[in-house]
Design a protein around this ligand. Structure first.
Ligand SMILES: Cc1cc2nc3c(=O)[nH]c(=O)nc-3n(C[C@H](O)[C@H](O)[C@H](O)COP(=O)(O)OP(=O)(O)OC[C@H]3O[C@@H](n4cnc5c(N)ncnc54)[C@H](O)[C@@H]3O)c2cc1C
Length: 508
């Protein structure tokens, strides 16, 4: 569906459900609701996945450290979701990854404690790979690991993902099930009828659309309280925010395990091989400004590098290897606990107006959060039954027999299948008649021109930044400035068509 058609529909249809916010939670709710046959609208102010859902540690995990906080239920549920995502929902995007936890003489844990923790964790995960390994074996898995004072390493398995593309796959699933979806579409007011929220005013492309809906879910992430105050100006703050910063480093070695580095009895940081680079992070500090004001400052970067350097040689953790830095905000329930100890629970609030706010939780458990949100709206939506069975996202089936329309190298094939799954054949379709689209955009990245065109035509990308930062991994490889002109040149004609649209129904 074109953007023009989507905006017309937003203004013209009566929806069962309007979802505010296109991060993983909003996209997951929209996809789940649309699959249940509901008429769904999903509106996102910036880009899909443009906030927290592209700034995570990119782990789909049970959360080993939550065991230490006594949250066995959260870990069990997260592992169950991890299994669903890895095997059925998005096996192309959620892949198993061994993790080593280095245990130094000076570290906070004794090996026996970690061994017991990993045994419980692996039982909850139903995983076989677990236990303690020697420093020598660990060094073979992670070249550059510091071995001075290293006693053993804990070994366990979790998963790694591409958070923005997982979000996008949910947006696509919603659209394929009939939802109307739009990015660059901001909810500026909530429409109340008889004290109940019945839709919203949405600003898009310079106009304001009146969107009518039986129910509204507020999945605005760090902005949930701002949206709640559109229905009730006196709504008390329901959440607090904690900033997390990540640094991506170039690497010239290949790791067969990631690292979970313990800093004290509660906090860990990660060093994860990701897209041929090392993803380091994250910090966890209370953020007291508005959500728009989040930035990674030099002090954050120093903390991330220093914490990684505790377990990695200086030759690995070098400032000149930095390719990208990004910051995101965790949404935590209001409580007096320090942020690192705060429970990673989902906050559900149903205001007097009927507005359901869903915030917090984990990328890993988005599917369960979406199902629970629908459960809370079941009566209002007239839903008889909620189907909790996992189902594959677009691109997730037939991965072992994908036939591509043009011949490509094994490396390009693996790259495309990893990002698009079986939809890789769609990405390559235009290259049948225009082989220039097979050209790599940079010698330092596997991405090709066909991906740019696909992002603009089929994946709601509005500009070069959407493509460089979230449809591909080019910005995270430090290539944004260099490649912006080329991407703009490729999408220029598509953009002109987009801007010929004028919003159909203006409000007030
Ligand atoms: C540093 C960090 C690391 C993390 N690591 C992990 C991890 O490794 N694994 C894991 O499972 N979880 C992780 N998480 C948690 C996970 O990333 C979040 O729980 C998840 O991304 C939250 O998604 P969301 O949809 O609620 O919020 P967001 O992704 O922030 O989406 C909210 C969206 O609402 C939009 N919006 C706001 N106001 C409006 C409006 N008025 N109109 C329209 N749209 C609006 C915003 O633009 C935004 O895109 C991490 C979180 C952080 C911060």
């Amino acid at each position: 569906m074109t953007r023009a058609r989507a905006l017309e529909e937003l203004a013209g249809r009566d929806f069962d459900l309007l979802v505010v916010g296109g991060g993983i939670i909003g996209a997951g709710i929209a996809a789940t609701a649309a699959r249940h046959g509901l008429a769904v609208a999903l509106v996102e102010r910036g880009d899909f996945g443009g906030a927290t859902s592209s700034a995570s540690s990119k782990l789909v995990h049970g959360g080993l450290r939550y065991l230490r906080l006594g949250d066995v239920r959260l870990v069990r549920e997260a592992h169950e979701e991890r299994r669903h995502l890895m095997t059925r929902v998005a096996p192309h995007l959620v892949r198993p990854q061994p993790f080593l936890m280095p245990l130094y003489d000076s570290g906070p844990y004794r090996p026996a404690v970690v061994q017991a923790g990993i045994a419980l964790y692996s039982t909850l995960a139903r995983a076989r790979l677990n236990g303690l390994v020697s420093a020598e074996r660990a060094l073979r898995m992670v070249p550059g690991l510091r071995t001075a004072g290293l006693r053993r390493c804990g070994l366990y398995v979790d998963c790694v993902t591409n958070d923005s593309r997982l979000t996008l796959a949910n947006v696509r699933a919603a659209a394929e099930s009939g939802a109307t979806v739009a990015n660059g579409a901001t909810v500026s007011a909530l429409r109340l009828v008889g004290g109940r929220v019945r839709g919203a005013d949405v600003i898009a492309d310079g106009g304001t659309l009146a969107v009518s809906a039986k129910t509204v879910v507020n999945a605005a992430g760090p902005w949930v309280d701002e949206v709640r105050r559109l229905a009730d100006a006196d709504a008390e703050p329901s959440i607090r925010l904690s900033k997390g910063v990540h640094v991506l480093l170039a690497t010239d070695t290949s790791w067969s395990a990631a690292l979970t580095i313990p800093h004290d009895k509660v906090r860990v940081s990660f060093a994860v091989p990701w897209e041929g680079m090392l993803l380091l992070g994250t910090t966890d500090t209370l953020h007291e400004g508005g959500p728009d004001a989040v930035v990674a400052d030099q002090a954050d970067i120093e903390v991330v590098l220093a914490e990684a350097a505790g377990a990695l040689d200086d030759a690995v953790v070098r400032r000149d290897r930095i390719r990208a830095v990004f910051a995101g905000l965790r949404v935590l329930p209001q409580s007096g606990r320090e942020t690192a100890r705060a429970r990673r629970e989902t906050v559900y609030i149903q205001d007097g107006s009927g507005l359901l706010t869903v915030a917090g939780g984990k990328l890993t458990t988005y599917r369960r959060i979406a199902l629970d949100a629908l459960e809370r709206l079941r009566a209002d939506l007239g839903l008889h039954r909620i189907d909790r069975e996992p189902w594959p996202l677009p691109g997730a089936t037939g991965l072992d027999r994908v036939s591509l329309p043009v011949e490509v190298s094994p490396t390009l094939r693996a790259h495309l299948l990893g990002l698009y799954g079986s939809l890789a054949s769609e990405v390559l379709e235009p290259a049948v008649t225009d082989p220039t689209l097979l050209e790599p955009l940079s010698p330092d990245a596997p991405d090709i021109a066909a991906e740019v065109v696909y992002a603009a035509e089929r994946e709601w990308a509005r500009n070069a930044e959407d493509i460089l930062r979230r449809r591909t991994t080019l910005a995270l490889r430090g290539l944004a400035d260099e490649l912006t002109p080329r991407v703009e040149q490729l999408i220029g004609p598509l953009e002109e068509a987009r801007h010929s649209f004028r919003p159909p129904r203006l409000v007030g």
